[in-house]
Design a protein around this ligand. Structure first.
Ligand code: NAD
Ligand code: MG
Length: 396
């Protein structure tokens, strides 16, 4: 029986994970459920899956959850805060951790799970972007298995030769073709992009996801973060990762070998496929995903991305090439910019502009300790916030 901790269980990846787990009660037990502040959602999940422990980030929500669970006669213990979360992820009652918290907030628990040698099912790409080499090193030191959940990276993992070591280039692989749906604004003229609303940005044509990653998909920053993620997970140079727009989202990415062979992983766009793959790996287990009707799909189109309308991709590639603390700063500025856009404080085209202005003022340092990357993350958040405040004052 594999005991699984689902961190970010009330989110889009979390809910899909619980769906897959519930299909295999003979194989998996839910040991820990964790979320930010959604105590009502977590209560329902606790009653259904009966984990030993539930963790909420917010103390007020944790108190409400504990009271409700007691009233229902449930045995789940409730804990709260970042440290409790990291402790649970690394604890002896857990074999595998689904890291599906959104943003750099997921870093401490992901890192703790890696150090403790758990199987880490990595959806939380921001933790890799912020502290990639440290996370890969922690997994190596703890003998943890990192299995990517991001559909593209899971596809790449599936197309890599067996026995591939996290962070090290596989022999014979020359290139990765990272596919992108192009998001909801793939064909939209720049003038119109200036006035898009958060709801328009979150209406993704192929995937139902949380709001932060949906906005990232609309700016193509998601693909930029994924480029960095691919370099870290598979030991590639940024120049070996080509972003290809593939609007149908059926080919989830491709790996090219030195002999000219290209291997691809295909399937309906449904996150339960990579989730089931990573949970069952190296075996295959059912996911509930509908079989792909390739005749009905009929066409697979590929095109180059338009860097002019989607500058986030260029910023991310530059940060990947610069290395050190640059990716952490890119990520932090992006989290602030996306939050401001979703809150109506920043226009859509202001997102990459704000990130670029923060990156321009950053003095890159080697990302050799957690303190250094966390300091860069804090610095970037503060600068992004103060730039937003200044812009608001200037506009008054
Ligand atoms: P979401 O917004 O739907 O869910 C986020 C979850 O994290 C929620 O359960 C929320 O309560 C929890 N959370 C937020 N802040 C927290 C905090 N400080 N402490 C503890 N929990 C916190 O997001 P999502 O779409 O499920 O994405 C989760 C992660 O997976 C992101 O890193 C995203 O980039 C990645 N990812 C998602 C998809 C997808 O299809 N949704 C695909 C690939 C990668
Ligand atoms: Mg992805």
């Amino acid at each position: 029986m594999m005991r699984v901790a689902v961190l970010g269980s009330t989110g889009s990846i979390g809910v899909n994970t619980l769906d897959v787990l519930a299909r295999h009660p003979d194989r998996f037990a839910v040991a820990v459920l964790a979320a930010g502040s959604n105590d009502a959602g977590l209560l329902e999940q606790c009653l259904r899956h009966q984990p030993a422990t539930a963790v909420l980030e917010s103390p007020a929500s944790a108190r409400r959850l504990a009271t409700a669970l007691r009233a229902a006669g449930a045995a789940t213990e409730v804990r709260c805060g970042v440290e409790a979360l990291a402790e649970c992820a690394a604890g002896p009652g857990v074999d595998a951790v689904m890291a599906a918290i959104v943003g750099a907030a997921g870093l401490p628990s992901t890192l703790a799970a890696a150090r403790a040698g758990k199987r880490v099912l990595l959806a939380n790409k921001e933790s890799l972007v912020v502290a990639g080499p440290l996370l890969v090193e922690a997994a190596r030191a703890g003998a943890a298995q990192l299995v990517p959940i991001d559909s593209e990276h899971n596809a790449i993992f599936q197309c890599m030769p067996p026995g591939v070591d996290t962070g090290r280039a596989a022999r014979g692989v020359s290139r990765v073709l990272l596919t992108a749906s192009g998001g909801p604004f793939l064909r939209m003229p720049l003038e119109r992009m200036a006035s898009v609303t958060p709801d328009e940005a979150c209406a993704h044509p192929r995937w139902r996801m949380g709001r932060k990653i949906s906005v990232d998909s609309a700016t193509l920053m998601n693909k930029g973060l994924e480029l960095i993620e691919a370099c870290l997970l598979f030991g590639m140079e940024p120049g070996q990762v080509e972003v290809v727009v593939h609007p149908q989202s059926i080919v989830h990415s491709m790996v090219e070998y030195v002999d000219g062979s290209i291997l691809a992983q295909l399937g309906n766009p449904d996150m339960r496929t990579p989730i089931a793959h990573a949970l069952g790996w190296p075996e295959r287990i059912g996911s509930g995903v509908q079989s792909l009707d390739i005749v009905a799909a009929a066409r697979l189109d590929f095109e180059a991305p338009d860097i002019g309308r989607f500058p986030a991709l260029r910023l991310a590639r530059d940060a990947a090439e610069a290395g050190g603390t640059a990716p952490a700063v890119l990520n932090a500025a992006n989290e602030i910019a996306v939050g401001a856009f979703l809150g109506g404080r920043l226009g859509f085209l202001g997102i990459p502009r704000l990130i670029e202005s923060v990156l321009e003022r950053h003095e890159i340092r080697a990302a050799d300790s957690l303190e250094t990357v966390l300091a860069a993350d804090r610095w970037a958040r503060e600068l992004a916030e103060s730039t937003l405040a200044e812009t608001a004052r200037a506009g008054e």
